[in-house]
Design a protein around this ligand. Structure first.
Ligand SMILES: Cc1cc2nc3c(=O)[nH]c(=O)nc-3n(C[C@H](O)[C@H](O)[C@H](O)COP(=O)(O)OP(=O)(O)OC[C@H]3O[C@@H](n4cnc5c(N)ncnc54)[C@H](O)[C@@H]3O)c2cc1C
Length: 280
């Protein structure tokens, strides 16, 4: 750990105790925070002892606490739907049950045992890496982020809009992502999943999730290959040229050591068409 200026780690047990100074950060799983040096960071506020239940249900939604770990989230997928992790370049047909997405997305980390068991859903979203699979999951299911404001109130916005760029979000300083709310209506959809990386255990190159709602509305969510989530919405299933045109019109393809932008774009076009055929 190269956080050489940290003087204090506070562990609040109630919301009233969450006070984040201007040179302090929220600590969740710490799998990112403790992996990079950061000078000038003087304190950490550990939100993992607030006792938030990882998963709860309301009359209309599944609610995932920000502190829910990837391992806890993965258990939302019934065992029968837990197929092998998607490997790079392998032929793959996803299960159309949306509950399979929790498993697929949990397996989309360039993950170790530590990441799987300690990294949190909220930490992944707040970090806003393009390859953030919790962003892919939440955006594709039209999840809403519940954000605690330092003033004491809360505000809400779609996770798809919360992540605005590479390590950029709409979170204001000292705001806390409390939970994400997944409407049961999204979980009544049929879904499909495709992901690729440059090697078997590699970081996501692109990840495309398609979702067909009972109303017929069809949403393709592209993440991983783009610098922020992109949702393509259609009233019904689009034609192949219509879908291809919309994917090619995306203007925020990401480019780094884990994949060039033209490869990410080409694979996203291909995956979107595969999913269109799978769900048609
Ligand atoms: C080997 C390895 C592989 C990795 N692979 C991937 C990968 O494939 N994809 C990927 O996206 N990431 C990856 N990561 C990065 C990181 O581990 C994950 O993004 C992880 O999900 C971060 O969650 P965390 O709970 O550990 O966050 P932390 O490290 O605790 O925090 C991350 C950031 O989010 C902020 N934060 C945390 N929780 C909240 C909250 N509730 N509200 C507001 N801000 C908050 C923190 O202040 C910090 O800035 C990897 C890291 C390692 C070491």
């Amino acid at each position: 750990m190269d956080l050489i200026d940290v003087q204090e780690i506070r562990v609040p047990s109630a919301r009233s105790e969450i006070v984040i100074g201007s040179s302090e950060k929220i600590l969740a799983g710490g799998t990112w925070l403790f992996s990079v040096p950061e000078t000038g960071l003087t304190g950490l506020v550990d939100i993992t002892r607030l006792g938030w239940a990882p998963v709860t249900r309301t009359a209309s939604a599944l609610v995932i606490a920000a502190t829910c770990t990837v391992a806890e989230l993965s258990r939302l997928t019934p065992p029968a739907l837990r197929t092998d992790p998607v490997r790079a370049g392998s032929g793959y047909e996803s299960h159309t049950d949306p509950y399979a997405l929790f498993w697929h997305c949990a397996n989309s980390f360039l993950a170790s045992y530590k990441i799987w068991n300690i990294a949190t859903v909220g930490g992944n979203i707040a970090l806003a890496l393009p390859a953030g699979p919790m962003i892919s999951l939440a955006a594709s299911l039209d999840a809403e982020a519940v954000i605690w404001m330092p003033s004491g109130g809360e505000r809400r916005m779609p996770v798809a809009d919360l992540v605005t760029g590479v390590m950029r979000t709409a979170l204001e300083p000292r705001e806390v992502l409390r939970e994400i709310v997944i409407p049961f209506a999204s979980l009544d959809s049929r879904t499909g999943f495709r992901r690729i990386a440059l090697n078997d255990l590699g970081r996501t190159g692109t990840l495309v999730i398609a979702r067909v709602a009972p109303t017929g509305e069809t949403v393709f969510t592209v993440t991983g290959g783009t610098s922020h989530p992109v949702q393509l919405r259609f009233d019904g299933m689009p034609s192949a040229p219509e879908l291809q045109e919309r994917v090619l019109a995306i203007d925020c393809w990401y480019d780094d050591a884990h994949g060039s932008s033209d490869w990410r774009r080409a694979m996203s076009v291909r995956f979107a068409e595969q999913l269109r055929l799978e769900l048609a």
